[in-house]
Design a protein around this ligand. Structure first.
Ligand code: 0RA
Length: 634
């Protein structure tokens, strides 16, 4: 990214001011929640500030450390937060930034304050929610330091060193246990986000060390999002080298990288100012329309598409596509409940024309890549046509007609979809117990036989001919793919219930893959759950007790004084009778359900390609190292 000209900053540029009491009173308003997610958010806020400095072209190294004393330390080699006096507060700019809300400042704009974050108030919010915090600034050959507690300065800004040769900012903080009920940073969660930040900010080194475990990673992507796309395609067969373009238009930076593979899934990720805009927006709309237009124009010009052929559709040109769109907008408007949709109207045209020109030129200059891409799109178009015909036929025969439900379904009597639950159960005997054990007023049972199809490896037109998948689609009654309509869902909760063994886990992953690829909204709207059957029954004297995890088993056994107990392992649902299944797994008053979320669609995408895709080697490795986590944590 080019260096952006930044006017000489003065403290007066910072507009003020509000104290931090509000943040401590209602932390969730500022960081979303005070659970694990909110806790990790604190780290992102501080790292975002350093990434902003990198995007402005003044910093190429960010170092993050989780210390054994519970603190997190973030260091960068940027210009250092200014320390001169602020006219309105009479305090240093640093103290103003750290102890007041809305102390963002005009420099935001000029310096492209672009990464995620709370518009420059991130550091103050973290300060308010930390029992201790300190900042060290290296600037003007000096080292300055100030310490804080729960948002208040503990003393004045001090000069603690002279002769600093480098510049930069180092920030340490300890999350306040009065605010966060549980303080436990997860290495993988943080590493994942840092990797994403590094992809989106090419040329910056991000080092991350967890001193508790000794785990350490460094990220650096010379190619930025081009490397990102290569990485997403790592376990797939790519059809060409990635296309990449960057353009600055009207103060907006637009970057697009894309690469087709031979699969049938679409993996397109759009970012605005480093925020993953999972609900899309104008940049994504511009991207899609340019892609469809350019590929059609090229195919016509090369006479690959004949005059009598119809155009490639948007879906045709996105099958097997991996793409990342990243825009950096001076004044982003984020819309929607979760603020994850970009609203700036001008972005549609900007991205459309930038990609239109960039991609047309690429196709002209790389004719053999272009041909492979167009061939892939044509194959998709033909398969889609065949699928449409198959579906019409199927609908004619009534198989996908909502009014004709599969005979295996044991439906419930409740009419209000809001109150209805559907258990998707593997196998015959388990299905039988579930049918007997359920509360038939609101619980329906759909037993499925044999494994459901691995949709990651199947052509979309094959998927519809698979009995189990047809049954699921028909029973849910809301269609699938682009036409999925959650308003038509016949059940509020869809619960996958499988055996507590490796086979059960595999079947569960097959289901999750299908829902993720063909009914993603079912997951996003929180309708999909995983039942948690017990692993053990422990009998101790007259007591018997169901145990759901190995950890729980160990702690329970260690509390039993005498040795007379019997541990029974329950692997299959079929090993329980109807009453036991109700008591342990189905009764809403006693059961635990795991809600499936797709917070991180990028992680989920690669989990599913690795677990279910064509390449066997990565799958083996992955299953060995991540099995439980990968299957539940998508
Ligand atoms: C505004 C102006 C200048 C530096 C920064 C912000 C800055 C903030 C942070 C937060 C973490 N690391 C940071 N690095 C830099 C300096 C402007 C100038 O020197 O002219």
């Amino acid at each position: 990214m080019p260096k952006t000209k930044v006017n000489e900053y003065t403290a007066a540029d910072i507009q003020v001011l509000e104290g931090l009491e509000a943040v401590r009173r209602r932390p969730s308003m500022y960081i979303g929640s005070t659970d694990s997610r909110g806790l990790h958010h604190l780290v992102y806020e501080i790292v975002d500030n350093s990434i902003d400095e990198a995007m402005a072209g003044f910093c190429n190294e960010v170092d993050i450390r989780i210390k054994t004393d519970g603190s997190v330390v973030v260091s960068d080699n940027g210009r250092g937060i200014p320390t001169d006096k602020h006219s309105r507060t009479g305090k240093s700019a640093l103290e103003t930034v750290m102890t007041y809300l809305h102390a963002g400042g005009k420099f935001d704009h000029q310096a492209y304050k672009v990464s995620g974050g709370l518009h420059g108030v991130g550091a103050a919010v973290v300060n308010a929610l930390s029992s201790n915090m300190w900042v060290e600034v290296r600037r003007n050959g000096k080292i300055y330091r100030q310490e804080y507690s729960r948002g208040k300065a503990k003393g004045a800004l001090k000069t603690v060193g002279n002769g600093a040769k480098t510049s930069g900012t180092t920030t340490g903080f300890v999350p306040d246990p009065e605010i966060f009920p549980e303080i436990d940073f997860d290495f993988h969660t943080l590493a994942q986000r840092f990797r994403e930040m590094a992809f989106l900010t090419k040329g910056v080194w991000v080092h991350f060390t967890d001193e508790r475990s000794g785990l350490e990673v460094s990220y650096y992507f010379e190619g930025g999002i081009k490397s990102f796309v290569k990485r997403l395609n790592r376990d797939r067969n790519a059809l060409h080298d990635p296309f990449y373009m960057e353009r600055i238009a009207d103060g907006t930076i637009i970057e697009v990288a894309l690469q087709y593979n031979d699969s049938f899934t679409e993996s397109v990720f759009a970012f605005a100012n480093c925020i993953n805009t999972i609900d899309g927006g104008t940049h994504l709309t511009g991207f899609r329309s340019a892609l469809t237009r350019v590929l059609n124009d090229y195919a016509r010009k090369q006479k690959i598409l004949k005059d009598s052929d119809s155009n490639l559709s948007g879906e045709d040109v996105r099958e097997g596509l991996v793409a990342v769109i990243s825009v950096k907008v001076p004044e982003p408007q984020f819309e929607g409940q979760t603020k994850t949709r970009l609203g700036n109207a001008e972005l549609k045209g900007l991205v459309e024309s930038a990609l239109g020109e960039g991609l047309s030129r690429y196709l002209e200059e790389h004719p053999s890549d272009a041909r492979r891409i167009i061939e892939k799109c044509l194959t998709s178009a033909r398969a889609r046509d065949a699928a449409r015909k198959a579906r019409d036929l199927v609908i004619k025969r009534g198989v996908l007609d909502d009014s004709i439900l599969p005979g295996k379904l044991a439906d419930c009597s409740e009419r209000d979809p809001e109150l209805r639950e559907l258990f998707i159960v593997e196998g015959d005997s388990a299905g039988g117990s579930a049918k007997q054990g359920r509360d038939r007023r609101f619980q329906a049972i759909l037993p499925l036989f044999g494994k459901i199809l691995n949709v990651e490896k199947a052509r979309p037109d094959k998927i519809l001919t698979h009995e189990a998948i047809k049954a699921v689609i028909t029973v849910l009654g809301a269609g699938f793919g682009e036409e999925f309509d959650p308003a038509k869902l016949r059940y509020n909760r869809v619960i996958i219930m499988t055996d507590a063994d490796v086979d059960g886990a595999h079947i569960r992953t097959l289901h999750l893959t299908f829902f993720f690829r063909y009914m993603r909204e079912l997951i996003e709207l929180g309708h999909l759950y995983i039942a948690q059957p017990p692993l053990y029954l422990i009998q101790h004297g007259k007591d018997s007790r169901w145990i759901y995890t190995d950890k729980e088993k160990d702690s329970y056994l260690s509390r039993l004084k005498d040795g007379k107990f019997r541990v029974q392992r329950y692997k299959g649902l079929g090993e329980m009778n109807a009453e036991q299944l109700w008591d342990t797994t189905m009764d809403p008053a006693r059961r635990t359900l795991l809600q499936v979320t797709a917070d991180d669609a990028i992680a989920a995408d690669s989990v599913f390609t690795q677990l279910m895709g064509e390449e066997v080697a990565p799958r083996k490795k992955f299953i060995q190292s991540h099995y439980d986590k990968a299957t539940l944590d998508v």
